[in-house]
Write a protein that binds this ligand. Structure first.
Ligand code: H2U
Ligand code: ZN
Length: 349
Protein backbone atom coordinates (compact mmCIF):
# COMPACT_ATOMS: atom_id res chain seq x y z
CA UNK A 1 0.00 0.00 0.00
CA UNK A 2 1.27 3.50 -0.87
CA UNK A 3 2.10 5.99 1.88
CA UNK A 4 -0.24 8.97 2.06
CA UNK A 5 1.02 12.13 0.40
CA UNK A 6 -0.73 15.49 0.04
CA UNK A 7 0.23 16.07 -3.60
CA UNK A 8 -0.78 12.65 -4.99
CA UNK A 9 -3.65 11.17 -3.06
CA UNK A 10 -7.26 12.14 -2.73
CA UNK A 11 -7.70 13.35 0.80
CA UNK A 12 -9.76 15.38 3.22
CA UNK A 13 -8.27 18.31 5.09
CA UNK A 14 -9.56 19.54 8.41
CA UNK A 15 -10.31 23.22 8.88
CA UNK A 16 -9.15 23.76 12.46
CA UNK A 17 -10.89 27.13 12.54
CA UNK A 18 -14.38 25.96 11.58
CA UNK A 19 -14.18 22.29 12.55
CA UNK A 20 -15.25 21.28 9.02
CA UNK A 21 -13.62 19.03 6.44
CA UNK A 22 -12.84 19.72 2.79
CA UNK A 23 -12.09 17.27 -0.03
CA UNK A 24 -8.88 17.63 -2.11
CA UNK A 25 -8.54 15.76 -5.44
CA UNK A 26 -5.02 16.53 -6.75
CA UNK A 27 -5.14 13.89 -9.51
CA UNK A 28 -7.89 15.83 -11.32
CA UNK A 29 -5.36 18.44 -12.45
CA UNK A 30 -2.53 16.64 -14.12
CA UNK A 31 -2.38 19.68 -16.42
CA UNK A 32 -3.67 22.45 -14.14
CA UNK A 33 -1.88 25.52 -15.50
CA UNK A 34 -1.65 24.90 -19.22
CA UNK A 35 -4.93 26.57 -20.07
CA UNK A 36 -4.26 29.99 -21.54
CA UNK A 37 -4.91 33.07 -19.45
CA UNK A 38 -7.73 34.97 -21.09
CA UNK A 39 -7.32 38.71 -20.85
CA UNK A 40 -10.32 40.93 -20.55
CA UNK A 41 -10.51 44.03 -22.78
CA UNK A 42 -9.14 47.13 -21.02
CA UNK A 43 -11.93 49.10 -19.29
CA UNK A 44 -12.27 52.83 -19.48
CA UNK A 45 -12.00 54.11 -15.98
CA UNK A 46 -13.07 57.51 -14.75
CA UNK A 47 -11.44 59.15 -11.72
CA UNK A 48 -14.86 60.68 -10.94
CA UNK A 49 -18.05 59.21 -12.35
CA UNK A 50 -21.00 61.62 -12.31
CA UNK A 51 -23.39 58.63 -12.21
CA UNK A 52 -21.70 56.93 -9.22
CA UNK A 53 -23.59 56.88 -5.91
CA UNK A 54 -20.32 56.82 -3.96
CA UNK A 55 -18.18 59.52 -5.61
CA UNK A 56 -17.63 62.76 -3.63
CA UNK A 57 -20.32 65.41 -4.14
CA UNK A 58 -22.74 63.01 -5.85
CA UNK A 59 -26.33 62.15 -4.91
CA UNK A 60 -26.81 58.71 -3.41
CA UNK A 61 -29.68 56.39 -4.32
CA UNK A 62 -31.47 57.32 -1.11
CA UNK A 63 -31.35 61.04 -2.02
CA UNK A 64 -28.57 62.14 0.37
CA UNK A 65 -25.56 64.01 -0.99
CA UNK A 66 -22.00 62.82 -0.36
CA UNK A 67 -19.59 65.41 1.04
CA UNK A 68 -16.53 66.41 -0.99
CA UNK A 69 -14.49 63.84 0.93
CA UNK A 70 -10.74 63.63 0.32
CA UNK A 71 -9.77 60.33 1.89
CA UNK A 72 -12.16 57.74 3.36
CA UNK A 73 -15.89 58.35 3.88
CA UNK A 74 -18.33 56.39 6.08
CA UNK A 75 -22.13 56.61 5.93
CA UNK A 76 -25.11 54.66 7.21
CA UNK A 77 -26.25 52.26 4.51
CA UNK A 78 -29.34 53.74 2.83
CA UNK A 79 -30.72 50.21 2.42
CA UNK A 80 -29.57 48.67 5.69
CA UNK A 81 -30.20 44.95 6.24
CA UNK A 82 -30.17 45.46 10.01
CA UNK A 83 -31.88 48.12 12.07
CA UNK A 84 -31.48 49.33 15.65
CA UNK A 85 -35.11 48.66 16.59
CA UNK A 86 -35.76 46.99 19.92
CA UNK A 87 -38.38 44.24 19.71
CA UNK A 88 -39.16 41.73 22.43
CA UNK A 89 -40.06 38.06 22.12
CA UNK A 90 -39.45 35.55 19.38
CA UNK A 91 -40.92 32.20 18.39
CA UNK A 92 -40.07 28.60 19.16
CA UNK A 93 -42.53 26.00 17.98
CA UNK A 94 -41.38 22.57 19.14
CA UNK A 95 -37.74 23.63 18.63
CA UNK A 96 -38.47 23.33 14.91
CA UNK A 97 -39.79 26.74 14.00
CA UNK A 98 -37.51 29.21 15.71
CA UNK A 99 -36.99 32.91 15.14
CA UNK A 100 -35.62 35.75 17.18
CA UNK A 101 -35.49 39.49 16.58
CA UNK A 102 -32.05 40.94 15.92
CA UNK A 103 -30.82 44.50 16.03
CA UNK A 104 -27.93 45.95 14.11
CA UNK A 105 -26.43 48.71 12.01
CA UNK A 106 -25.02 48.74 8.49
CA UNK A 107 -22.51 51.22 7.17
CA UNK A 108 -20.68 51.74 3.90
CA UNK A 109 -17.02 52.77 3.83
CA UNK A 110 -15.66 54.44 0.71
CA UNK A 111 -11.94 53.66 0.59
CA UNK A 112 -11.00 56.59 -1.63
CA UNK A 113 -12.58 59.56 -3.41
CA UNK A 114 -11.12 58.13 -6.62
CA UNK A 115 -13.68 56.09 -8.53
CA UNK A 116 -11.05 54.27 -10.59
CA UNK A 117 -8.81 52.74 -7.92
CA UNK A 118 -8.80 49.46 -6.02
CA UNK A 119 -6.96 48.53 -2.82
CA UNK A 120 -4.14 47.21 -5.01
CA UNK A 121 -3.78 50.55 -6.77
CA UNK A 122 -4.08 52.85 -3.77
CA UNK A 123 -0.93 54.04 -2.00
CA UNK A 124 0.18 52.46 1.28
CA UNK A 125 -0.55 55.81 3.00
CA UNK A 126 -4.14 55.73 1.68
CA UNK A 127 -4.54 52.08 2.69
CA UNK A 128 -3.42 53.04 6.19
CA UNK A 129 -6.44 55.39 6.34
CA UNK A 130 -8.69 52.48 5.39
CA UNK A 131 -7.16 50.39 8.20
CA UNK A 132 -7.76 53.27 10.63
CA UNK A 133 -11.38 53.61 9.46
CA UNK A 134 -11.98 49.86 9.92
CA UNK A 135 -10.50 50.09 13.44
CA UNK A 136 -12.46 53.23 14.37
CA UNK A 137 -15.74 51.78 13.08
CA UNK A 138 -15.20 48.56 15.01
CA UNK A 139 -14.50 50.51 18.20
CA UNK A 140 -17.45 52.87 17.74
CA UNK A 141 -20.03 50.24 16.80
CA UNK A 142 -18.65 47.61 19.15
CA UNK A 143 -19.07 50.00 22.09
CA UNK A 144 -22.86 50.17 21.56
CA UNK A 145 -24.92 48.18 24.07
CA UNK A 146 -26.89 46.28 21.47
CA UNK A 147 -23.87 45.37 19.31
CA UNK A 148 -22.01 42.15 20.10
CA UNK A 149 -20.13 41.62 16.86
CA UNK A 150 -18.77 43.85 14.09
CA UNK A 151 -18.22 42.40 10.61
CA UNK A 152 -15.96 44.46 8.35
CA UNK A 153 -15.90 43.24 4.73
CA UNK A 154 -15.47 44.09 1.07
CA UNK A 155 -17.20 42.56 -1.94
CA UNK A 156 -14.92 43.26 -4.83
CA UNK A 157 -16.05 43.03 -8.44
CA UNK A 158 -19.35 42.24 -10.17
CA UNK A 159 -18.58 38.50 -9.99
CA UNK A 160 -18.91 38.80 -6.21
CA UNK A 161 -22.01 40.91 -6.36
CA UNK A 162 -20.41 44.30 -5.69
CA UNK A 163 -22.93 46.90 -6.73
CA UNK A 164 -20.44 49.52 -7.82
CA UNK A 165 -16.78 49.67 -8.99
CA UNK A 166 -16.05 52.62 -6.69
CA UNK A 167 -13.63 51.25 -4.04
CA UNK A 168 -15.75 50.57 -0.98
CA UNK A 169 -16.51 48.06 1.71
CA UNK A 170 -19.22 47.50 4.26
CA UNK A 171 -19.60 47.15 8.01
CA UNK A 172 -22.47 45.18 9.50
CA UNK A 173 -22.69 45.31 13.27
CA UNK A 174 -25.01 42.83 14.95
CA UNK A 175 -26.57 41.95 18.27
CA UNK A 176 -26.13 38.26 17.42
CA UNK A 177 -22.81 36.59 16.63
CA UNK A 178 -23.13 35.31 13.04
CA UNK A 179 -22.48 31.66 12.11
CA UNK A 180 -18.89 31.93 10.81
CA UNK A 181 -17.41 33.86 13.76
CA UNK A 182 -19.54 31.72 16.11
CA UNK A 183 -17.80 28.57 14.78
CA UNK A 184 -14.40 30.25 15.13
CA UNK A 185 -15.25 31.34 18.65
CA UNK A 186 -15.91 27.72 19.64
CA UNK A 187 -12.78 26.25 18.02
CA UNK A 188 -10.48 28.99 19.32
CA UNK A 189 -11.94 28.80 22.84
CA UNK A 190 -11.63 24.98 22.94
CA UNK A 191 -8.01 25.15 21.73
CA UNK A 192 -7.12 27.82 24.28
CA UNK A 193 -8.78 25.78 27.00
CA UNK A 194 -6.80 22.67 26.05
CA UNK A 195 -3.39 24.24 25.34
CA UNK A 196 -3.31 27.66 26.99
CA UNK A 197 -2.25 29.17 23.66
CA UNK A 198 -4.04 30.72 20.69
CA UNK A 199 -4.96 28.31 17.88
CA UNK A 200 -4.05 30.76 15.13
CA UNK A 201 -0.66 31.67 16.63
CA UNK A 202 0.28 27.98 16.87
CA UNK A 203 -1.04 27.50 13.33
CA UNK A 204 1.01 30.46 12.07
CA UNK A 205 4.16 29.03 13.67
CA UNK A 206 3.61 25.76 11.74
CA UNK A 207 3.12 27.65 8.48
CA UNK A 208 6.26 29.75 9.01
CA UNK A 209 8.13 26.51 9.55
CA UNK A 210 6.65 24.71 6.50
CA UNK A 211 6.78 27.84 4.23
CA UNK A 212 5.02 26.16 1.29
CA UNK A 213 1.72 27.94 1.82
CA UNK A 214 3.17 31.42 2.48
CA UNK A 215 2.35 34.18 -0.03
CA UNK A 216 4.12 37.26 1.35
CA UNK A 217 5.10 38.64 4.74
CA UNK A 218 6.49 41.66 6.56
CA UNK A 219 7.62 42.45 10.11
CA UNK A 220 4.10 42.34 11.57
CA UNK A 221 1.93 40.30 9.14
CA UNK A 222 1.85 37.09 7.14
CA UNK A 223 -0.38 36.42 4.11
CA UNK A 224 -0.78 32.71 3.44
CA UNK A 225 -3.04 30.18 1.81
CA UNK A 226 -4.56 28.18 4.64
CA UNK A 227 -3.96 24.42 4.73
CA UNK A 228 -7.73 24.00 4.51
CA UNK A 229 -8.35 26.51 1.68
CA UNK A 230 -11.55 25.82 -0.28
CA UNK A 231 -11.48 28.60 -2.87
CA UNK A 232 -8.70 28.15 -5.47
CA UNK A 233 -6.74 31.20 -4.29
CA UNK A 234 -8.15 31.69 -0.83
CA UNK A 235 -5.88 33.43 1.67
CA UNK A 236 -5.64 34.57 5.25
CA UNK A 237 -3.85 37.61 6.62
CA UNK A 238 -2.51 36.99 10.11
CA UNK A 239 -0.74 39.26 12.61
CA UNK A 240 2.43 37.84 14.13
CA UNK A 241 1.56 39.23 17.57
CA UNK A 242 -1.31 38.11 19.80
CA UNK A 243 -4.05 40.66 19.06
CA UNK A 244 -7.83 40.26 18.80
CA UNK A 245 -9.18 43.45 17.25
CA UNK A 246 -8.16 46.00 14.64
CA UNK A 247 -8.40 48.82 17.18
CA UNK A 248 -5.70 47.13 19.30
CA UNK A 249 -3.12 47.35 16.50
CA UNK A 250 -0.18 49.71 17.06
CA UNK A 251 0.55 52.48 14.53
CA UNK A 252 3.49 50.44 13.20
CA UNK A 253 1.26 47.36 12.81
CA UNK A 254 -1.32 49.44 10.94
CA UNK A 255 1.32 50.69 8.52
CA UNK A 256 2.57 47.15 8.06
CA UNK A 257 -1.00 45.97 7.45
CA UNK A 258 -1.45 48.59 4.73
CA UNK A 259 1.75 47.29 3.16
CA UNK A 260 0.71 43.62 3.23
CA UNK A 261 -2.79 44.40 1.87
CA UNK A 262 -1.34 46.27 -1.09
CA UNK A 263 1.14 43.50 -1.83
CA UNK A 264 -1.40 40.69 -1.52
CA UNK A 265 -4.07 42.38 -3.66
CA UNK A 266 -1.43 43.31 -6.27
CA UNK A 267 -0.36 39.67 -6.49
CA UNK A 268 -4.01 38.68 -6.94
CA UNK A 269 -4.53 41.22 -9.75
CA UNK A 270 -1.33 40.16 -11.48
CA UNK A 271 -2.23 36.45 -11.45
CA UNK A 272 -4.73 36.76 -14.32
CA UNK A 273 -4.11 40.43 -15.16
CA UNK A 274 -7.55 41.39 -13.99
CA UNK A 275 -8.93 43.34 -11.05
CA UNK A 276 -9.25 40.18 -8.95
CA UNK A 277 -12.75 39.63 -7.54
CA UNK A 278 -13.17 38.46 -3.97
CA UNK A 279 -15.07 38.79 -0.74
CA UNK A 280 -12.72 39.66 2.08
CA UNK A 281 -13.34 40.48 5.68
CA UNK A 282 -12.02 40.62 9.21
CA UNK A 283 -12.81 38.23 12.00
CA UNK A 284 -12.35 40.16 15.22
CA UNK A 285 -13.15 39.34 18.84
CA UNK A 286 -16.87 39.68 19.56
CA UNK A 287 -17.72 42.93 21.34
CA UNK A 288 -20.11 41.20 23.76
CA UNK A 289 -18.06 42.19 26.81
CA UNK A 290 -16.67 38.67 27.31
CA UNK A 291 -12.92 37.96 27.37
CA UNK A 292 -12.36 35.58 24.41
CA UNK A 293 -8.70 34.93 25.36
CA UNK A 294 -8.26 32.45 22.50
CA UNK A 295 -9.41 34.85 19.79
CA UNK A 296 -6.83 36.00 17.26
CA UNK A 297 -7.53 38.75 14.72
CA UNK A 298 -7.36 37.65 11.06
CA UNK A 299 -8.71 38.41 7.59
CA UNK A 300 -10.03 35.95 5.02
CA UNK A 301 -9.93 36.55 1.27
CA UNK A 302 -12.34 34.35 -0.70
CA UNK A 303 -11.74 34.88 -4.45
CA UNK A 304 -13.84 32.81 -6.89
CA UNK A 305 -11.48 32.72 -9.91
CA UNK A 306 -10.02 29.36 -10.86
CA UNK A 307 -8.10 29.34 -14.12
CA UNK A 308 -8.34 32.75 -15.76
CA UNK A 309 -10.03 36.13 -15.55
CA UNK A 310 -13.30 34.53 -16.63
CA UNK A 311 -13.27 30.96 -15.34
CA UNK A 312 -14.57 30.73 -11.82
CA UNK A 313 -15.08 27.96 -9.33
CA UNK A 314 -18.68 27.06 -8.52
CA UNK A 315 -19.60 25.69 -5.13
CA UNK A 316 -22.35 23.38 -6.38
CA UNK A 317 -23.34 19.73 -6.48
CA UNK A 318 -21.28 17.67 -4.06
CA UNK A 319 -20.07 20.88 -2.42
CA UNK A 320 -23.60 22.04 -1.61
CA UNK A 321 -24.81 18.61 -0.67
CA UNK A 322 -21.67 16.97 0.66
CA UNK A 323 -18.62 19.09 1.41
CA UNK A 324 -16.40 21.61 -0.41
CA UNK A 325 -13.86 20.21 -2.84
CA UNK A 326 -10.78 21.56 -4.62
CA UNK A 327 -8.47 20.13 -7.29
CA UNK A 328 -5.20 22.05 -7.06
CA UNK A 329 -3.69 21.51 -3.60
CA UNK A 330 -3.21 24.69 -1.59
CA UNK A 331 0.59 24.36 -1.81
CA UNK A 332 0.60 24.55 -5.62
CA UNK A 333 -1.84 27.50 -5.68
CA UNK A 334 0.19 29.33 -3.01
CA UNK A 335 3.31 28.89 -5.14
CA UNK A 336 1.51 30.60 -8.03
CA UNK A 337 0.76 33.64 -5.87
CA UNK A 338 4.27 33.60 -4.43
CA UNK A 339 5.81 33.90 -7.89
CA UNK A 340 3.72 36.97 -8.86
CA UNK A 341 5.29 40.41 -9.05
CA UNK A 342 4.38 43.08 -6.49
CA UNK A 343 4.30 45.74 -9.20
CA UNK A 344 0.71 46.05 -10.42
CA UNK A 345 0.22 44.99 -14.05
CA UNK A 346 -1.51 48.28 -14.85
CA UNK A 347 1.59 50.16 -13.68
CA UNK A 348 3.81 48.22 -16.05
CA UNK A 349 4.29 50.23 -19.25
P1 H2U B 1 -21.86 46.32 -2.15
O1 H2U B 1 -21.25 46.88 -3.37
O2 H2U B 1 -20.91 45.41 -1.39
O3 H2U B 1 -23.20 45.73 -2.40
O4 H2U B 1 -22.07 47.53 -1.14
C1 H2U B 1 -22.75 48.69 -1.48
C2 H2U B 1 -23.72 49.06 -0.41
O5 H2U B 1 -23.97 50.43 -0.54
C3 H2U B 1 -25.03 48.33 -0.51
O6 H2U B 1 -25.26 47.63 0.69
C4 H2U B 1 -25.31 50.68 -0.27
C5 H2U B 1 -26.06 49.44 -0.72
O7 H2U B 1 -27.20 49.25 0.08
N1 H2U B 1 -25.71 51.89 -0.96
C6 H2U B 1 -26.24 52.94 -0.25
O8 H2U B 1 -26.38 52.84 0.96
N2 H2U B 1 -26.55 54.09 -0.89
C7 H2U B 1 -26.42 54.27 -2.23
O9 H2U B 1 -26.72 55.31 -2.74
C8 H2U B 1 -25.87 53.20 -3.08
C9 H2U B 1 -25.50 51.94 -2.40
ZN1 ZN C 1 -17.48 56.66 -7.75
Amino acid sequence: METFNLTEHVHRRFNALTGEWILVSPHRTKRPWQGQVEKLPAETRLAHDPACYLCPGNHRAGGKVNPAYEHTFVFDNDFAALLPAEVSGGIDVGQLLRAEPVQGLCRVLCFSPRHDLTLAEMSVAELRRVVDAWAAQTAELGALDFINYVQVFENRGPMMGASNPHPHGQIWATESIPNEPAKERETQAAYFEAHGRKLLLDYLALELEARDRLICENEAWVALMPFWAVWPFESMVLPRRAVAALFDLSPAERDALADILKRLTTRYDNLFEVSFPYSMGWHQRPTDGREHPGWQLHAHFYPPLLRSATVRKFMVGFEMLGEPQRDIPAEAAAARLREQSEVHYRMVA
